[in-house]
Design a protein around this ligand. Structure first.
Ligand code: HEC
Length: 95
């Protein structure tokens, strides 16, 4: 029984991780690269950073950003808080 529950939890977290990657691929990869290392548009790589959720939330509510923050604002306002959290978790795994 315990084993079944453990496997179930493991399965769900694998599916969730895959979903995080899917949101990233659909909404972010074109500008930041699938590995988060594309610097041509954002001017810096997002891979290797930490605290993506704070930055993304900041873009959404207008408290974070540089010269091109309007671009990111447009990308995050359509995402729900759950999606933002999921995609931020994924960004923090990019090294
Ligand atoms: C149309 C191109 C584009 C798309 C799509 C895009 N970004 Fe960005 N992103 C940028 C630009 C440009 C910046 C720099 C904005 C600024 O001046 O603050 C940026 C900045 C960021 C930063 C902050 C980097 C830092 O350390 O200051 C993070 C994190 C980020 N993007 C994550 C994402 C995520 C996650 C997604 C998908 C939901 C995404 N971006 C989609 C263009 C894009």
């Amino acid at each position: 029984m315990t084993k079944t529950i453990a496997l179930l939890i493991l399965g769900v977290s694998v599916v969730m991780a895959a979903n995080n990657a899917k949101i990233y691929g659909a909404k972010c990869g074109e500008c930041h690269g699938m590995d988060g290392k594309d610097t041509s548009i954002a001017g810096k790589a997002i891979a290797g950073g930490t605290g993506a959720l704070a930055k993304l939330t900041g873009y959404k509510n207008g408290t974070y950003g540089g010269a091109q923050k309007e671009i990111m604002q447009g990308n995050v306002t359509s995402l729900s808080d759950e999606e933002l959290k999921a995609v931020a978790e994924y960004v923090d795994t990019l090294k």
